[in-house]
Design a protein around this ligand. Structure first.
Ligand code: NAD
Length: 283
């Protein structure tokens, strides 16, 4: 199936980034959210992101206007009726996503593919909430979407080869590199990245070294662009804990148990950059 129009559900951090990437690739987009204010914020973010490209001479003002002109917004799910692919990027909550998937199944045309950008929810479970389980897939973009090259394409148990092929083709059209992954807790990247961050938190909690020393060690010894604790502050300490809980519960394997200090940081409200304090202070 040739994908000629894309719907994006949710205009937040990921949704507006996905809408931008699609529009830059020349594909018409309809972005929806529950409230007009969220859509306005999303469009403002896209405008700012494109404006930075104009200032750096990577985009002309005329092209910026064309890209913005490709993005329509709506608060009603019905606005997605004409889309060939709908990418759901709403808040990470199972009940909410199950509800949205049932709504999308009713609103989208029968042949449309419905994808989810979820970081942790089973694609197989979301697919089962629809009558088109073979046309449901995970499209896991990375933050910030306009910059990050990877998209994990997650096949639920029911995902068909045709759905995978169409989604892979559109991912490439967005200028991204798809990696095919089976449905499993944390998929591939978070399954490896988050336990590494968790281990850094164990090391800090055990007093092996300071936060700065642990981060310097990983930056200089492994050539990581950013240390694991600074990265955790960027991702959100609460998000890191949520992923570890998904891995721990999903695999029932003690190797994924959240570090005690991680749990305590969240209890204290030290959630990283967004609260001004995490493993580092951002006051
Ligand atoms: P966010 O909180 O920035 O945005 C979520 C948006 O969804 C909000 O604007 C909210 O109003 C909207 N929303 C809630 N219910 C809705 C509904 N019924 N219909 C339409 N919109 C609705 O969240 P985010 O960080 O963009 O995350 C979105 C999804 O992407 C989550 O599943 C998350 O796990 C995943 N994800 C996030 C990141 C990241 O780094 N933030 C990375 C990869 C994947």
């Amino acid at each position: 199936m040739d994908i000629r129009s894309i719907g994006v559900v949710g205009a937040g951090t990921m949704g507006n980034g996905i809408a931008q990437a699609c529009a830059v690739a020349g594909i018409p987009v309809v972005m929806t959210d529950v409230a007009q204010a969220a859509l306005d914020r999303g469009m403002k973010t896209i405008d700012g992101s494109l404006e930075r490209l104009v200032k750096k001479d990577k985009l002309t003002a005329e092209k910026k206007g064309e890209v913005l002109g490709r993005i329509g917004t709506a608060t009603a799910v019905d606005a997605l009726a004409g889309c060939d692919l709908v990418v759901e990027a709403a808040t990470e909550n199972l009940d909410l996503k199950l509800r949205i998937f049932a709504q999308l199944d009713a609103a989208a045309k029968p042949e449309a593919i419905i994808a989810s950008n979820t970081s942790s929810i089973s694609i197989t479970k979301l697919a089962a909430a629809t009558k088109r389980a073979d046309r449901v897939i995970g499209m896991h973009f990375f933050n910030p979407v306009p910059v990050m090259a990877l998209v994990e394409l997650i096949r639920g148990l029911q995902t068909s080869d045709a759905t995978y092929a169409a989604t892979e083709a559109v991912t490439k059209r967005l200028g991204k590199t798809p990696v095919q992954v089976k449905n499993s807790p944390g998929f591939v990247v978070n399954r490896m990245l988050c336990p590494m961050i968790n281990e850094a938190i164990f090391a800090l909690g055990e007093g092996l070294a300071t936060a700065q020393e642990i981060d310097d060690a990983m930056r200089l010894g492994c050539n990581h662009p950013i240390g694991p604790l600074a990265l955790c502050d960027l991702i959100g300490v609460d998000v890191q804990l949520a992923v570890m809980q998904v891995l721990f519960e999903g695999f029932k394997d003690s190797k994924y148990r959240p570090a005690p200090l991680l749990v305590e940081m969240v209890e204290a409200g030290y959630l990283g950059r967004k609260t001004g304090r995490g493993f580092y202070s951002y006051a």
